[in-house]
Ligand binder design. Structure first.
Ligand code: 1PR
Length: 536
């Protein structure tokens, strides 16, 4: 071993660790991959990003002899950084599909967050660290927001209190990092935690003693509300991928040219939004329902390049479904999603195919396990699967006119109607389906969606504010996070949606692309309005 610029990475192949690799490389380090238990024992510095489920990770580690090598490496007190499941695996056991035994380095158990009291699970988003122990790793991170995505967490107890270096509160206090000698692990994702996360990596990779202790801020922190920049991407008439933006989903210019509106290059815009403080970036391949996305290599390239520069979560959607190409070769939606994950996506988003899955489920009451939604969330976890809902408002005079959940609307319809339901569509709004946004949201939650991206065709691109009626109805109905989308035109629209609904995040496109409102202005406004957000 010996090279000061080399880090050993334990990637046991259960998922995407591209972002961790990107972050390490971004800081100027080389990666050596573990191929055998001996590689672990020979490492000078080991990074262990756990992915997948606890039980299957332990199976692989036990079967390959890596579990024993890890215990030995840790016993020798050599520099170790576990991430996410890489923290949980250090404990005695987990209740995830279990109990399952872990590495048993730290006394204690890993348990699911309890959603019975309405707590949103998975825990997705930015929490401020409450540092309880002075460590090299977390220098400068006290009170800073870092990015979490998990449903299970390690419980603090008397037996493990000496290990704990920070805690966070999400419904209950949980262990957000541990530290003992050279052994460190974090429950959050430093590779997705913006500048704060990169700084934590740097503290691990090139330890330096910084004399002054950061003052403890100890501000009570809840989960921060997220501000997401969304890039609708499609090929223009020359075949280049461009960021476009429609009005009520119509992306053609209405001048004589009728060209697809071109608002910039996807990677450039994504990187800019990251620098500007976006908490997440989403790419929606808006013609994915037509063409086969794996035929769409440019989109994969966009993801690869974006994930080298953007150290916050990336979501990609459009065209995720089973597909048979012209030559008769069949691709499962899981293969399509896997390709997106391998290319750097943290989450995938499903639109049309989730509507069909929900309709079938509501008709039969049977979860077949075969829908794209169910398959992808089973393999990658529900936190990796977003369902994008594209509803249109349909006014009615009274709720009994329809079998779908209605709301009493805040402003009446054209004929004085006082109620509306929100009809789901597929294929980018082209076809309406016999299911409402409320029914869809409930069904996809049961089928394994981890998050809902809630658009509204009527509001899209109009700048008149989010559809509060819709967002309140849906965010009150589910216990997974809801991202409010469509209609943001001013900073006040963001505080309004967080004050009046249970949305966990708000997404906008047009105002950012047209540079009308900078992301920072949105965040400063939210801080003034008393809404917790991540500030850099
Ligand atoms: O059905 O699985 O192939 O997924 C297609 C995806 O592409 C869906 O997520 C769908 O929302 C999206 N999509 C399809 N057609 C369009 C279109 O605009 N013609 N874009 C489209 C939807 C909606 C939002 C938009 C917000 C905020 N874009 O994501 O970014 O409305 O806009 P604003 O802030 O400017 O108001 P599948």
């Amino acid at each position: 071993s010996g090279d000061a610029n080399t880090v050993t990475l334990l990637d046991y192949g259960a998922g995407n660790v591209r972002s961790v690799r990107n972050a390490i490389r971004h800081l100027g380090f080389n990666i050596r991959d573990v191929r055998s238990p001996e590689d672990i024992l020979a490492a000078d510095r080991l990074v262990f990003p756990g992915v997948g489920a606890f039980g299957s990770a332990m199976d692989v580690l036990n079967r390959t002899g890596m579990a024993d090598a890890l215990r030995e490496y840790i016993r020798m007190d050599r520099p170790f950084l576990g991430i996410c499941l890489g923290l949980q695996l250090l404990f005695d056991s987990s209740e995830e599909n279990g109990p399952v035994s872990g590495l048993g380095v730290i006394p204690g158990v890993v348990r699911r967050f309890d959603s019975s009291e309405g707590l949103i699970v998975p825990h997705i988003g930015w929490n401020a660290l409450q540092i309880t122990k002075d460590t090299q790793l977390l220098q400068g991170a006290d009170g800073q927001h870092v990015y979490f995505v998990h449903s299970y967490h390690a419980l603090p107890s008397d037996a493990n209190k000496d290990w704990i270096s920070s805690t966070c509160n999400y419904g209950e206090s949980f262990i957000s990092s541990i530290s003992m000698g050279n052994i460190q692990a974090v429950q959050f994702h430093p590779e997705k935690s913006g500048a704060t996360g990169l700084n934590i990596f740097e503290n691990f990779l090139s330890p330096h003693s910084s004399g002054a202790k950061a003052p403890a801020r100890r501000k009570a922190s809840k989960l921060a509300k997220r501000v997401i920049a969304c890039l609708d991407v499609r090929s223009n008439d020359n075949g280049d991928l461009v960021v476009t933006k429609g009005d009520q989903y119509d992306v053609r210019d209405h001048s004589s040219s009728k060209e697809v509106r071109n608002l910039g290059k996807p990677v450039e815009l994504a990187s800019q939004y990251y620098i500007d403080g976006a908490d997440e970036v989403s790419f929606l391949n808006i013609t994915g329902f037509r063409a086969f996305p794996l035929g769409d290599l440019p989109m994969l390239e966009v993801l690869r390049c974006a994930s080298e520069k953007v150290f916050v979560p990336l979501t990609v959607g459009g065209g995720i479904r089973d597909f048979t190409d012209e030559s008769g070769r069949y691709y499962s939606s899981l293969e399509v999603a896997s390709e997106y994950f391998r290319s750097g996506a943290d989450k995938i988003s499903i639109g049309s195919d989730a509507v069909f899955a929900a309709e079938a489920y509501l008709q039969t009451g049977v979860k077949t396990g075969k829908s794209s939604l169910e398959q992808i969330s089973r393999v990658y976890g529900n936190q990796a699967v977003v369902v994008s809902i594209d509803p249109r408002r349909v006014y009615v005079k009274s709720p009994d006119e329809v079998q779908f959940r209605t709301v009493k609307v805040s402003s009446k319809g054209p004929l004085g109607e006082e109620y509306a339901w929100y009809q789901c569509t597929v294929s980018g709004g082209r076809d309406s389906r016999p299911i409402g946004a409320y029914e869809l949201a409930k069904a996809v939650e049961e089928l394994g969606a981890g998050e809902i991206l809630l658009n509204c065709i009527d509001c899209d691109g109009q700048g008149g504010g989010f559809d509060i009626d819709l967002i309140k109805m849906v965010s009150d109905a589910v216990t997974i996070p809801v991202i409010a989308s469509s209609g943001a035109g001013a900073v006040e629209h963001f505080s309004e949606v967080f004050e009046k609904t249970n949305a966990s995040a708000a997404l906008a496109a047009g105002i950012f692309h047209r540079k009308e409102v900078p992301i920072l202005a949105v965040k400063e406004h939210l801080v003034d309005a008393g809404v917790e957000v991540r500030m850099q």
